[in-house]
Design a protein around this ligand. Sequence first.
Ligand SMILES: Cc1ncc(COP(=O)(O)O)c(C=O)c1O
Length: 397
Amino acid sequence: MISQRAQNLQPSATLKVTGRAKELKREGKSIVSLSAGEPDFKTPKYICDAAIRAINEGQHGYTMNPGTPELREAIVAKLKRDNGFDYDPSQIICSNGAKQSVGFALLATVNKGDEVIIPAPYWVSYPEMVRLAEGTSVIVRTSFDNNFRLTPEQLEEAITDKTRALILCSPSNPTGSCYSKEDMEGLAEVLRKYPDVMVLSDEIYEYIVFEGEHVSILNVAPDLKDRVIIVNGFSKGFAMTGWRLGYLAAHPDVVKAVSKIQSQETSAPSSISQAAGLAAYTNDLSEVHSMRDEFKKRRDFMVESLNAIEGVSCFTPGGAFYVFPDISSYFGSKKPDGSIIETSTDLCLFLLDEFGLACVPGDAFGEPNGLRMSYAASITDLEEAMNRFEKGLANLG
Ligand SMILES: Cc1ncc(COP(=O)(O)O)c(C=O)c1O
């Protein structure tokens, strides 16, 4: 009854932990959850007001498949204003979130057996989306010592004559790591040698960068523009996860192919969300910056607290709202019931079941020595989370 395709797919590991945490909460247990991948802020009022206006003014119908001309023009203006990129509205296609843009971009460009290079730790959906497109993920494990950035040498080593694409995510989910200009230049240098390799650049955390400017591969290598697909959206920077609005910018051939898939699978995103997105991109970014500044305070608190715990080490991430500490020194330690912590998943389940703290095991992201904590939570919750984390680890022998 169920297709091989669906059977082969793994459910999202982050949703699995969030689900279990919610279940325990419903049972009345006190749970602090650092597992969610969404801002704890509300969408700014001027954006909500634009959506309400769209409803009251009767913007109730289907829009053009790639999105309204107004929104696509605003995206073009934003890409110029914030990133220095030159695109035409015909090179933009809006979607029900960056997730859909990544998925459709892969469906539009990857053939059966094509290889897609994914640096680990990776966002959980990338390998599964590659699988859905019948491609083969080539996972390249990056190192804690290099703040989880792919090096040019690692990229060169991973490329074969079957390589179709490289997926880059900066700032990164799950590590918060950001590539510098020099990092990107090094990767671009390698990519220039392989003209058939595309880059899917997921820039969804662009507005949550704490030091300096967000750097895209296109900033350092505009010569690669024809084979770069920029994916972005409104979920993270504007606290709009529920509105489901994202987009991609790419070569016209890619946009046409994605548009064809979208026209048969989903059509355009909601007209109301598009009106909201238009307001987001045509107003100043002061509220976005306030949210970013708040995330920075929390990041500093988390990094300092984690590094003060025996056996835990955490680099200072440059963006997003995640920390990804190395907790591998606890592997092999004993729980009070005598059983052994062997993996990051064991540790996360122990922390959740015994101390009511929900984090996501690094195993889910292809990095078994770490775990992901989201600090999209109030400082009070983060303080409580760190107390529980420290207590939990102290209970291991
Ligand atoms: C790296 C990354 N890309 C894409 C997405 C999807 O964003 P959207 O809500 O726009 O679909 C997420 C959301 O968690 C993400 O972390």
